[in-house]
Design a protein around this ligand. Structure first.
Ligand SMILES: *[C@@H]1O[C@H](CO)[C@@H](O)[C@H](O)[C@H]1NC(C)=O
Ligand SMILES: *[C@@H]1O[C@H](CO)[C@@H](O)[C@H](O)[C@H]1NC(C)=O
Ligand SMILES: *[C@@H]1O[C@H](CO)[C@@H](O)[C@H](O)[C@H]1NC(C)=O
Ligand SMILES: *[C@@H]1O[C@H](CO)[C@@H](O)[C@H](O)[C@H]1NC(C)=O
Length: 387
């Protein structure tokens, strides 16, 4: 390109040089940009142009005998009669790992206390923990003190005390989370198929059980079907960076976007969906190890799509405030504070202070201030303030 330099004044020259510099920096950083921004743009366009993902069903379907290899693990701990003869509103699976005893105890004595739920909410909710087998001594990382065999004995003891561990004989690891998902749907199908709803949750989650129960009672009264609710990920791209925990190679998933799914932190499905997901797992290739993505694949195969509920959290944590406690369903990332949060969130004062015209007005203002901050803030979305 011909440029007449005599016509360009000095400041324009500086401008030109700065532009060149910026451009070259962008070129150098393109690799990183390509990884996040471009893959999101690609996956979003893909999601909204090809949003049926009809090829998924065909591509993931395998012969039944082969699909069985993902589910035919022996039960090490089981409670076949957990639900027998009871009208169960909700079967709640907590995905846990053998070593997380403290978390399980915290859940048992706060939001997962079945006795409390029956006495004060008047419904039957079953809270069980899904886990795989602990590592044996030879697989043990050197920093760990607890050995596999000893640890299994501890689990047996814990289970004798509480009767709520559902364990299968696959190694409990991050890359086996899909096996844990299949365990839940298979167990639900054989042991608790009459539960109105099935929920799956992480063990570092807080569930506002009174809010959730009244919401599900309402849904149940309306006879909802095709129900799958949580924090929805739409058009999420597979992560191709090898150093990521969520890395998925193209051989495992070749398309630029996943079908819609809900964050694994906590979601609920209705009984009919639970049963159809179970059926889908009988013929699908479950080697993709991100469990919530696999759930999306199963749901896609049975023609169910997830619905968003603003008070279900994904990665985010609820702000600590009365006005939030009145409506929250789940909040992620709670371990030490779970006892205090449970006490605060279920305090009778919450209802009193947040109801009535003044209470509701006050809470709208507070929620606007808490949730609608202009910078990125990982909690419930701003629109939750208007509910
Ligand atoms: C569960 O709640 C009941 C009744 O509210 C209480 O007696 C019991 O101690 C609680 N269980 C745990 C493990 O905290
Ligand atoms: C998953 O569990 C199976 C069965 O125990 C085991 O052979 C395999 O190594 C585990 N996979 C991972 C990635 O941990
Ligand atoms: C399941 O998918 C994996 C790739 O994710 C592939 O290696 C494997 O062969 C598939 N299994 C069957 C039975 O097709
Ligand atoms: C998925 O595939 C199976 C078997 O290939 C078929 O029976 C089922 O109807 C398909 N589901 C959808 C939603 O197309």
């Amino acid at each position: 390109m011909f440029v007449n330099f005599r016509r360009i004044r000095k400041c324009q020259c500086v401008q030109l040089m700065t532009t060149c510099l910026v451009l070259s920096v962008v070129m150098v950083c393109w690799e990183q940009l390509d990884n996040s921004v471009v893959s999101h743009v690609k996956s979003y366009s893909y999601r909204y142009l090809v949003n049926r993902f009809t090829f998924i069903n065909k591509s993931f379907t395998i012969p039944r005998e082969e699909a069985r290899s993902f589910s035919n693990f022996r039960y090490l701990l089981d409670h076949p009669n957990k639900c027998t003869g009871q009208d169960v509103l909700l079967l709640l699976f907590v995905k846990t790992s053998p070593e997380n005893t403290e978390r399980r105890n915290a859940i048992r004595s706060t939001w997962g206390n079945e006795t409390y739920i029956r006495n004060s909410l008047g419904v039957t909710v079953k809270v069980v923990f899904a886990l795989g087998a602990p590592r044996t001594k030879t697989e043990e990382p050197s920093w760990s003190k607890k050995s596999g065999v000893g640890f299994q004995e501890e689990l047996v003891r814990e289970d004798r005390l509480h009767g709520d561990l559902i364990q299968q004989d696959f190694l409990d690891s991050f890359h086996n989370l899909t096996l844990k998902l299949i365990l839940q749907f298979h167990w639900a199908h054989t042991r608790c198929a009459h539960a109105h709803f099935l929920m799956t949750a992480d063990d570092d989650i807080f569930v506002h059980m009174p809010n959730l129960v009244s919401y599900l009672q309402d849904m149940s009264r309306r006879g909802v079907t095709d129900f799958w609710i949580g924090r929805v990920h739409r058009g999420a791209p597979p992560i191709r960076r090898k150093d990521s925990k969520y890395y998925v190679p193209t051989e495992m998933y070749q398309w630029p976007a996943y079908p819609d799914y809900t964050a694994g932190a906590g979601y609920v499905v209705s009984r009919d969906v639970a049963d159809r997901i179970y059926q889908a797992t009988l013929t699908l290739n479950a080697s993709i190890y991100i469990d919530d993505v696999f759930m999306g694949i199963c749901a896609n195969a049975i023609g169910v799509s997830p619905q968003e509920h603003v008070y279900f959290s994904g990665e985010g944590k609820a702000p600590y405030h009365l006005c939030i406690y009145g409506q929250m369903m789940t909040s992620h990332g709670h371990v030490e504070d779970i006892y205090d949060l449970w006490k605060a969130a279920t305090h009778p004062q919450v209802k009193q202070r947040t109801s009535g015209l003044i209470g509701r007005l006050y809470c709208t203002v507070v929620k606007l201030a808490l949730l609608c901050k202009p910078y990125y803030f990982n909690t419930y979305p701003c629109r939750a303030a208007f509910l």
